[in-house]
Design a protein around this ligand. Structure first.
Ligand SMILES: Cc1cc2nc3c(=O)[nH]c(=O)nc-3n(C[C@H](O)[C@H](O)[C@H](O)COP(=O)(O)OP(=O)(O)OC[C@H]3O[C@@H](n4cnc5c(N)ncnc54)[C@H](O)[C@@H]3O)c2cc1C
Length: 287
């Protein structure tokens, strides 16, 4: 292993030890036998997280929305919020359908954060993410064990066998996502040259995958410079009636139940028992 890889490996192992994670360190030969879909290079080291899994985001969101409605929430679907106006004793939400007053608003506009809150004092970069799906030529990805993977070096990327049992989804790290500009004008066309990085990865590390994608999708995400999200009261409003959660920097989904709890506590009690100082908007000078 090179020194950077050794450093990365020791950080990973320290974190595993600190959190008592159920894991295996796999040597090259064991890896080739057990997971032949990956080609390793000299210096690569592999850690298997035995309890890792994946989330079905669409099903998760629809289930959460349905549950919220069962508990009394009212969802205004396909309704764009045009303005959020903090008031002395509440907040007004303006939409094309009219306006409503509430005690508190939790605002989670994702990549539209700069659009909805142009006065935001922190920079949130909106980046364009391409997800690409490739066919497994031998089906080797769909054995009994189907772990998702993250490669940290030299090109940071991730992937997972799709539940459809046919394709493998690949994604890239933040550094490889271009700035998106206006989120309402996102360029959803993938140019052939944008696929080169995937072809390189497949040629070098994932030999079983056919190098031409069968599906491409373009998404957006908001990134802060520190990769730490912005969580807490919106500054400059003179009150704490607007709670912002934004800039999740590629890591918002897996932690959404925890962020939901934090948002509810901030909205209802003005504080959270969770250790949120490192992501808090209070006294935050830089994103
Ligand atoms: C391809 C891809 C892969 C990812 N993989 C992972 C992963 O493996 N693990 C992980 O933890 N995270 C992952 N993420 C990141 C995760 O999806 C985000 O961090 C998370 O969804 C952010 O949640 P959010 O609620 O802030 O924003 P979003 O999920 O973007 O939701 C914002 C919502 O607000 C709505 N909205 C915006 N403006 C308005 C307005 N004016 N009026 C009304 N509605 C509005 C939007 O329509 C949208 O529905 C991934 C993201 C992408 C794009």
């Amino acid at each position: 292993m090179g020194s950077t890889q050794e450093q990365q490996m020791s950080t990973v192992l320290e974190s595993i030890a600190e959190h008592g994670l159920d894991h295996e360190v796999l040597e090259t030969e064991a890896m080739a036998k057990r997971f032949p879909q990956y080609r390793l290079e000299d210096g690569d080291a592999v850690v298997l997280d035995r309890r890792a899994g994946f989330i079905r985001p669409e099903l998760t969101i629809q289930t959460a929305a349905r549950r919220a409605e069962q508990l009394g929430a009212v969802i205004h679907r396909y309704t764009t919020v045009r303005e959020i106006v903090p008031l002395a004793n509440g907040v007004e939400i303006r939409t094309d359908a009219g306006s409503d007053r509430f005690d508190t608003a939790v605002v989670t506009p994702g990549p539209w954060v700069n659009d909805l809150l142009p006065e935001l004092p922190w920079e949130v970069d909106v980046r364009r993410l391409i997800s690409a799906w490739f066919v497994s030529t031998t089906g080797v990805w769909f054995g009994e064990e189907r772990p998702a993977f993250i490669r940290t070096s030299p090109t940071q990327c991730y992937g997972l066998p799709s539940p459809d049992g046919i394709s493998v989804k690949l994604g890239l790290s933040q550094a490889l996502h271009k700035l998106a500009g206006d989120p309402n004008q996102l360029d959803r066309t993938v140019q052939p040259e944008e696929l080169e990085v995937y072809r390189d990865l497949i040629g070098r590390y994932l030999p079983d995958l056919h190098p031409e994608p069968i599906r491409l999708s373009v998404y957006m995400e908001g990134y802060t410079k520190s990769s730490r999200p912005l969580v807490g009261p919106l500054p400059g409003t003179g009150n704490e009636n607007v709670i912002l959660l934004a800039g999740f920097s590629g890591y918002g989904f897996k932690l959404s139940p925890a962020y939901g709890d934090i948002a509810a506590d901030l909205a209802l009690n003005g504080s959270s028992a969770q250790p949120i100082d490192f992501i808090s908007t209070a006294d935050r000078t830089a994103a």
